[in-house]
Design a protein around this ligand. Sequence first.
Ligand SMILES: [Zn+2]
Length: 384
Amino acid sequence: MMRALTNARIFDGFTWHDDSALLIEDGKVAGIVGVSELPSKAERTDSHSAIIVPGFIDLQVNGGGGVMLNDDQSVDGIRQICAAHAKFGTTSLLPTLITDTPEITAAAIQAGLEAKKAAIPGFLGLHLEGPHLSIARKGTHHPDLIRPMEHIDLERLLAIGHSFDVLMITVAPENTTTEQVRALANSGFIVSLGHTNASYETAQAYADAGARTVTHLFNAMSPLENRTPGLVGAALDMGGIFAGIIADGFHVHPASMGAALRAKRGPGRIFLVTDAMSTIGTDLDGLTLNGRKIYRKDGRLTLADGTLAGADIDMLSSLLFIHQTLGLDFEEAVRMASLYPAQAAGIDHKKGQLKSGHDADFVILDGEYKLKSTWIGGEPIFTA
Ligand SMILES: [Zn+2]
């Protein structure tokens, strides 16, 4: 069956198609056409002049809908996280495990494998953030659980290397060798540098070994200074590197964010991540992580000592923050939530834009950018 969403303004990731129809067939985009070219077999639905944009891709999501992956390593937990974020336009995400014990890590991987088998809508793969990070840049990660990558850790990781569409791991050079990074990158991992004091030169060496992204640019890493560019400088200066950024206005000052966006050397881009916790889509006043209480107040999540502990923001709000507060074009803000994370994750041949043959993952917004519905694989997963 072919479906046509008519009377829409469609942004395909590059250009606008006014007064057009989005054609969907077998879960894929079958084209964008004008009214006169509508195939007669297509079942038509009037979009009432809505805006259609590519679905959002979030490569760092710790939880949502009251569930934290660190608390609940089950298919149902992953289903709830994906459903919570679909309400805010996310059509693909990586449930992200914050540094935890080897047992919890193994359970999260098992749950991910089952979620893939169950074809949970929105589940793209996993992101393991830690435990091989730097204590000095631990952020909200529990210092007792941070440790070097041992041979057995690498063996366990390599065994699942090609089991997911996307499998990401955040590591710090302080606790991971370039040989380990090379082995992971060669086994299908997207290796991301983060929670590290790595110098510019060290970052270059790890990028040469296969690291491809940087985790939440600016946060929990060596800063850009005059004689020491640090990981921030490396991320901006190295064209091959992509970097996630948290756009809630608390993790990174808007001026620093704007400067970084203008400075980034391509083709690698800066993309949006939410780093969201279980609070998204709920009215919870906090949560617990590795036995420690995290407080939710005024759009922030913090440990008792004030350390930021993940973000309390969804993907649509992040995109609108970039557009409305930073003044970036709406189109570029959309790309930061769709095309660029797809490129960073190496899935831009099937996601991140609305092009014939790509997955029919998209978001329908009204003229004020309020979400009307979220579609995954050509099916409406959430309707406001
Ligand atoms: Zn982090």
